[in-house]
Design a protein around this ligand. Structure first.
Ligand SMILES: Cc1cc2nc3c(=O)[nH]c(=O)nc-3n(C[C@H](O)[C@H](O)[C@H](O)COP(=O)(O)OP(=O)(O)OC[C@H]3O[C@@H](n4cnc5c(N)ncnc54)[C@H](O)[C@@H]3O)c2cc1C
Length: 433
């Protein structure tokens, strides 16, 4: 579905007149071009609350209007060489990982809750990664959610330090979280499940949940990243996102699988596909913008080579600009095609076919690794300019985040190779037929 020009302008520029929530300077931040990163993480969170309250992008658009969802991410990424990664990560965690997980594994009632969350300007985080898991997050989930049949609650616990959630974006400000934990019912392990739980209410953090700050980062300090430890936090039955599996109370509790062959974790993993397409676009958009900004400088920078000329005409830079443009065009086409096919699956509520899953993983790896390569080359070839503030080069760690977000390049490459080996027939098997 095409995005209208009017919507794009509003998303980028519109400063709404009825701004209710204002930052400390009294400036109303409701459009992407007004977002700032030289603010505290609380102020940055306030910018996202205001942006979502405009209703320009709905928390359900990932399913019903994916074109808007991806365009919103892209337009925001164009500001990344100025803003760094903080706000972009905050945004995608809220709209894709948090709301997207509710859309993927929530029941009808839980999906409906997203409307109220948006209206209230509440923010959500996504608690998957644990201290022991790192890039293998999702593959290792040691947080436990034990069903208590007497009180009809789940008791969420981090049994050891390695099981504490780690790097959780928006974890110090979010009212809500989708927390992934290993479900235990009547002593039986039912695998990783997602819980939509409250982290804070008007009085502050909920009981038995401990938060800590991950500390200062090279970039993106307008984003809060938290470690979270659960010390027997009690959450009601309805917090289990239960589209594919639920717990029936009585006699200690019974786990009920609602759709044969589909696990909750596999469906949570669906979010990775939209995340990977959004991250691939973010890397390419950052790179395009950094090249544009640098080109605007080198076109006017006088240089002697050995006649008076501009820096753009230095052969290695001239060649790099050409190579970057050609490479980016190819990758933009590839990611665009992945987006189109994935959007179709999202709207039809279908799991992407294996070939598309592989294409999306490849697009994410190629887009981030090629962007790192091109931007690093540009930094080497443009001279002193790359050392100056506000040139975009100081935000290059944006691409570092693209490399590991939604599947680290190395882990994804291993997965692609593993899947290929699994589907291939044993050598010589065709002669046996
Ligand atoms: C800014 C930021 C925001 C984040 N937000 C969230 C969030 O909101 N929610 C959430 O759940 N998580 C979040 N994460 C966690 C993120 O998704 C990664 O899981 C995490 O950053 C992994 O990094 P690590 O250095 O701890 O990984 P490690 O596991 O320590 O790996 C370090 C490096 O070693 C290599 N490596 C590790 N294991 C292997 C292996 N088996 N084979 C080959 N190579 C390997 C990889 O190349 C990797 O780059 C965030 C992380 C950051 C930095």
């Amino acid at each position: 579905m095409a995005v209208s020009e009017e919507w794009r302008q509003q998303w980028i520029e519109e400063l709404m007149s009825d701004c209710g929530k204002q930052l400390s300077e009294g400036i109303c931040e409701k459009a992407v071009s007004k977002i700032r990163s030289n603010v505290s993480y609380e102020e940055s969170a306030q910018q996202l609350r205001s942006l979502q309250q405009t209703g320009l992008l709905k928390l359900t658009d990932l399913k019903y209007n994916p074109g808007k969802f991806f365009e919103a991410h892209r337009l925001l990424a164009r500001h990344a060489p100025n803003l760094g990664p903080g706000f972009w990560i905050r945004f995608t965690v809220h709209y894709n990982l948090f709301a997207g997980s509710v859309l993927a594994v929530g029941n009808e009632q839980q999906v409906k809750q997203l409307e109220e969350i948006q209206q209230k300007g509440f923010l959500g985080c996504f608690g998957l990664t644990e201290k022991l898991a790192g890039v293998n997050s999702g593959g290792v989930v040691n947080t436990i959610a034990e069903w208590d049949d007497q009180t009809q609650e789940f008791v969420i616990t981090s049994p050891e330090v390695g099981a504490q959630k780690n790097w959780i974006s928006q974890g110090l400000v979010g009212e809500l979280a989708v927390v992934v934990a290993d479900l235990r019912v009547a002593g039986k392990r039912c695998g990783a499940h997602a819980f939509l739980m409250e982290l804070r209410d008007a009085k502050g953090p909920v009981p038995n949940v401990e938060f800590g700050d991950m500390g200062r980062k090279t970039v993106g300090n307008d984003l809060d990243n938290a470690w979270i430890a659960f010390h027997g936090a009690r959450v009601p039955r309805h917090t289990l996102l239960s589209r594919y599996g639920d717990v029936q109370p009585g006699n200690g509790g019974t786990y009920v699988s609602k759709v044969k062959g589909l696990t909750n974790m596999a469906m949570i993993g669906q979010r990775l596909f939209s995340g990977r397409v959004a991250v691939a676009w973010a890397a390419l958009t950052f790179t395009r913008k950094l090249f544009e900004m640098t080109r605007a400088y080198s076109d006017h920078k006088k240089c002697w080579i050995p006649k008076n000329s501009t820096l753009t005409e230095v052969p290695q830079l001239q060649h790099l600009y050409l190579r970057a443009d050609e490479t980016l065009k190819k990758l933009e086409n590839f990611v665009g095609s992945c987006e189109k096919q994935l959007s179709d699956c999202l709207q039809k509520d279908e799991i992407p076919p294996m070939a598309l899953q592989e294409a999306i993983a490849s697009a994410k790896i190629l887009a981030s690794e090629t962007s790192i390569d091109l931007c690093f080359r540009l930094k080497q070839d443009v001279g002193s300019h790359a050392l100056m503030g506000d040139t975009g080069f100081e935000q290059m760690d944006f691409l570092q985040a693209c490399k590991f977000a939604e599947g680290d390049s190395r882990i994804l490459m291993q997965k692609l190779a593993r899947d290929r080996v699994r589907i291939s027939s044993p050598l010589g098997s065709s002669f046996l037929d």
